[in-house]
Design a binder for this molecule. Structure first.
Ligand code: FAD
Length: 285
């Protein structure tokens, strides 16, 4: 019997650009589909650079698994006519959910296009398509790197949700207090949409450090120092990373997070191990 309180899982992919990447992806999403996720999502390169790859991946994943699959859509450097066409295509293919984002462009190009912020995209999608799409937006428990300050970031997040978002997914983080603090702050403003914590499995320290620097996610000093001490020993990095992230997930769920959204980096194994150690495979989602 289904337990409505069971935590919901979702998994994010990037659209493979190479033949080899495209060949490998079905094995990954087929494995993750066995965990009965609520949805999958596929990222979108800012300015539409992965537009066709994203669309193809979304179509393939939903066709092969029967699981709701959401394209991400970023608006920076896009124009309305272009996005209108894309929304029509999505509707025609039965897509019901979109992750609506601003996106990032190389510095100096941010002013281009007809949209400035994700909120403009949420407004646009609601104007154009009413309630057809479930809209998910991004949240930043550790503050977006370009925000004027934390308070203004919360203000902008609240505005974006009120413009018509149904749910949010956070940037990844390793400190559960940051997530709970953020959720408390937005609940105090009367925003009650589910806020799914974004989970980044730790498998490769060099890549994680580089990406965290770019997106403003903090790797706690004790985690960083321990990972650094392993050097090139990837087995130890993965074992320690698994322990840290599994504990983080457990703490989040114990304290009321509605589910977990995994940044898979198109790999199934690290995610399936975490889900298995949390005993969530048969949670009756
Ligand atoms: P916004 O909500 O527009 O916020 C961006 C910044 O602008 C924030 O600092 C905010 O405080 C500020 N701001 C907002 N409104 C105003 C205002 N009115 N006045 C002044 N400042 C304002 N990127 C991609 O390119 N493709 C993807 O597929 C993708 N997927 C993602 C999925 C998730 C779950 C997350 C968390 C991020 C993803 N990103 C993706 C990254 C994202 O595009 C970047 O973090 C981007 O810098 C911000 O996007 P946003 O939608 O959060 O922007």
């Amino acid at each position: 019997m289904s337990d409505s309180r069971a935590p919901e899982l979702s998994f994010e992919f990037f659209p493979p650009r190479t033949e080899a990447g495209r060949d490998r992806l079905p094995e990954v999403y087929t494995k993750l589909a066995e965990l009965d996720p609520r949805f999958f999502s596929v990222t979108f390169g800012a300015g539409g650079t992965t537009r066709d790859f994203t669309f193809d991946a979304v179509k393939n994943i939903s066709r092969d698994t029967g699981i709701c699959t959401a394209p991400h859509l970023s608006c920076v450097a896009s124009d309305k006519a272009d996005l209108r066409r894309l929304l029509t295509q999505y509707r025609e293919h039965g897509i019901k959910r979109i992750v609506a984002l601003r996106g990032d462009m190389p510095s100096g190009m941010l002013g281009l296009g007809e949209f400035r912020y994700a909120r403009d995209l949420v407004d646009f999608i609601r104007e154009e398509t009413g309630d057809h799409f479930d809209l998910t937006v991004a949240a930043y428990p550790e503050c977006h790197p370009q925000a004027q300050n934390f308070e203004r970031d919360i203000d902008h997040f609240v505005d974006k949700v009120r413009a018509g978002a149904d749910m949010a997914i956070t940037q990844y983080f390793f400190n559960p207090d940051a997530y709970h603090h953020f959720v408390d702050r937005v609940r105090a403003r009367g925003v009650d949409v589910p806020i799914l914590p974004g989970i980044m499995p730790i498998t490769n320290y060099t890549k994680l450090a580089r990406f965290s620097e770019m997106c403003g996610a903090e790797i706690p000093r004790w985690v960083r120092r321990q990972l650094e001490s392993y050097g090139d020993d990837s087995d130890s990095i993965q074992a320690f990373g698994h322990e840290v992230v599994t504990r983080l997930c457990q703490q989040l769920l114990d304290q009321g997070a509605p589910g977990l959204h995994f940044y898979t980096l198109n790999q199934a194994e690290a995610c399936t191990r975490i889900v298995s150690d949390l005993s969530l495979e048969k949670a009756g989602r």
